[in-house]
Design a protein. Structure first.
Length: 259
């Protein structure tokens, strides 16, 4: 149910089980992890310079596939701790810019996949939130972190207690993701953006990705962040992309970073 294609320096990973809203069982998580490994290998040799994650059909991902799970046979820790968490860490550390195009249901594990992606473009009618009150379960996959970080404790617990879902437009207005678009425009826009970024200065983008992760994860203050930026810029000044950028600026031409 997981498809991977690589074309024009962009890897596209597709959750392709639309009949079940791309819900993910253990086998699908393993497939998805392998797809990221394969894309990362291609990124290491320069074949992949950006990655796009999307879901086929009317939903991005409705969460964990629990169609064959019962309270008696559920290995929640095995699914979340042994399979999902390593995958999310792998996604977050992917060695190139990553994008997601998300429509319809983006719940549970689906929300976690978005959290682990660099840039999320979401349909304005998409659905984000925590429906787990209806299952006697709780939000997982990093959802508590995202909602508390962006919405605060009161709004987070309001959403969890009531199982209310936010639209993609409201999620973007609340600072959860980058942009919301009409569903009909979402994939084309995300593909075009990923293609544009794939032709950019990937070493500089990697430095920014690391800086944002350090600032977020370590909760750095202003001057600590400035120090890291200075170090990153000094390293980039020795790269071919940096030289090409300055040469293009001096020549008043468009830089060719993908040469």
């Amino acid at each position: 149910m997981i498809d991977l294609t690589i074309a024009d320096n962009v890897a596209e990973i597709v959750l392709n089980a639309p009949a079940k809203l791309n819900a993910l069982d253990e086998a699908a998580l393993t497939e998805l992890s392998q797809a990221y490994d394969d894309a990362a290998s291609a990124a290491a040799d320069g074949t992949v310079r950006a990655l796009l994650l999307r879901g086929e059909g009317r939903a991005f991902c409705a969460g964990r596939d629990i169609s064959n799970v019962t309270p008696d046979n559920d290995d929640a820790m095995g699914y979340l701790g042994d399979l999902l968490t390593p995958l999310l860490k792998k996604m977050s550390a992917f060695p190139a810019p990553t994008f997601a195009a998300a429509q319809g249901a983006c719940l549970g594990v689906g929300l976690g996949l978005l959290i682990a992606t660099d840039v999320v473009y979401i349909a304005d009618t998409a659905k984000i939130g925590s429906p787990f009150a209806n299952l006697g379960a709780t939000l997982d996959s990093g959802g508590h972190w995202l909602l508390t970080e962006r919405l605060g404790a009161h709004r987070t617990l309001d959403l969890i207690y009531t199982a209310e879902l936010m639209s993609g437009a409201d999620a973007v207005a609340s600072g959860l993701f980058s942009r919301s678009l009409p569903a009909a425009e979402l994939l084309a826009f995300t593909r075009a953006t990923a293609a544009k970024v794939a032709s950019g200065p990937t070493q500089a983008f990697a430095a920014s990705k690391d800086l944002v992760a350090a600032i977020r994860d370590e909760r750095l203050g202003l001057w600590s962040a400035v120090g890291l930026e200075n170090t990153a810029q000094a390293g980039l000044s020795k790269t071919a992309d940096y030289a090409e950028g300055f040469a293009a600026f001096a020549a008043k031409r468009k830089p060719d970073f993908g040469r």
